[in-house]
Design a protein around this ligand. Structure first.
Ligand code: ATP
Ligand code: FE
Length: 357
């Protein structure tokens, strides 16, 4: 079964072709970071216009790279139904429905976060995580710790009421005035923090440790701490490279330590509830951070279990938004002939706990 999938929930326009035998025939991502610079986040109208401009290009490229004919080789079309920006979602969903109607193909609308969470079932083959597993979804829009008990059942163990870890990375990167490339401000911060530096770094004080001992995330106080340090020096222009590096490293360490603490608490919660978890899956854009990957692997060694916990990450290109994950998350439904009607609506706000409702 070959799926053509579209993803347009936020600021990336994506199209991909994936088969039920786990072949990724193409994976096209057209980013628009630069268009939103100066707005302090995604500007919905600009994002919608960019999706409208870019989706036809992405689809054409995805079919060409996959070397398939849409009329002969595609068996179903998947799209992101939610959560996301309504206007952005509608670009992908309308395109999917119209194309499917013209070609008389079935459609499946996919939950964006479920797709992030299920990516390792595709990428860690032949040793995929086994249910029940813990999933940490760390992206621009979310910081979620989930217990996954099947392809469609997820329980939220922790989330953030304020800022996501990804946006917090983005804010600190901008505050420090870091230059960034196609991978965005978060990746620029990781690169800056990881640079070789032989001299001693100045003492910047201790970062806050929000919600200590509780299963919940909160990132706002971490980037506020950086903001206060910069304000105390009357602006970034008065800050030397060593102090900047101390801020970047301090922030990255505190942001990841926050995840470590909550992950260990989730294991305690599972033990108390007699849920035997052996696998941890970490996905979302921030999961491409290699410091985070090293730290989480270390922290899981301290969990008291009979068998070592296996930790899996999708490759970085499938951690950020992409349509491969949308195609893959739709596959079990296509194979079960559980399609959606062409009239299906969008779910811009859609909790992952309400997948089947
Ligand atoms: P969501 O998936 O929740 O709707 P999104 O689409 O914005 O949000 P992703 O594309 O999954 O999220 O991830 C983007 C986020 O990941 C950005 O905030 C970006 O800065 C962050 N990010 C990407 N690479 C890194 C990295 N190496 N280190 C830290 N953060 C990173
Ligand atoms: Fe995403």
């Amino acid at each position: 079964f070959t799926v053509l999938a579209f993803e347009s929930s936020a600021d990336d326009t994506c199209a991909a072709v994936v088969t039920s035998s786990r072949e990724i025939l193409s994976n096209v991502v057209i980013k628009q970071h630069d268009l939103h610079e100066g707005y302090g986040g995604i500007h919905p109208m600009i994002a919608i216009e960019a999706h409208q401009r870019n989706l036809p290009i992405a689809v054409k490229r995805a079919l060409k790279e996959a070397n398939v004919s849409v009329a002969k080789d595609i068996d179903g079309i998947a799209f992101t139904r939610g959560p996301g920006i309504g206007g952005c979602l509608s670009v992908g969903s309308n395109a999917a429905k119209t194309l499917a109607a013209a070609l008389d193909l079935p459609i499946v609308g996919v939950h964006h976060m479920q797709a992030h969470a299920l990516t390792p079932l595709l990428t860690s083959w032949p040793n995929p995580p086994k249910f029940p597993f813990l999933t940490l979804l760390v992206s621009g829009g979310h910081t979620l710790l989930l217990l996954a008990t099947s392809l469609t059942s997820f329980r939220i163990l922790a989330t953030t009421p304020d800022e996501s870890i990804g946006r917090s990375f983005d804010k600190v990167s901008r505050m420090l005035g870091l230059k960034w490339t196609a991978f965005g401000p978060g990746a620029a911060l990781e690169q800056f923090a990881g640079q070789q530096w032989d001299a001693d770094l100045p003492d910047i004080g201790n970062f806050p440790r929000p919600l200590r001992g509780k299963l919940g995330f909160s990132y706002a106080s971490l980037h506020s701490f950086v903001e206060r340090c910069i304000a105390a020096k009357q602006g970034i222009q008065n800050i030397d490279e060593g102090f900047k590096l101390a801020l970047a490293r301090g922030f990255q360490t505190a942001a990841v330590a926050h995840l470590e603490e909550k992950l260990l608490l989730a294991f305690e919660w599972c033990a108390q509830n007699k849920i035997h978890v052996q696998d941890v899956v970490v996905s979302g854009g921030v999961a491409s951070n290699s410091y985070l990957r090293e730290r989480l692997a270390e922290c899981l060694k301290t969990v008291d279990t009979t068998v070592p916990i296996s930790l899996s990450f999708p490759p970085p290109s499938l951690c950020t938004d992409n349509a491969v994950m949308i195609a893959w998350a739709s596959m079990h439904r296509f194979l079960a002939r559980d399609h959606d009607e062409y009239t299906i609506g969008l779910r811009p706000k859609w909790s992952i706990e309400e997948l089947s409702s």
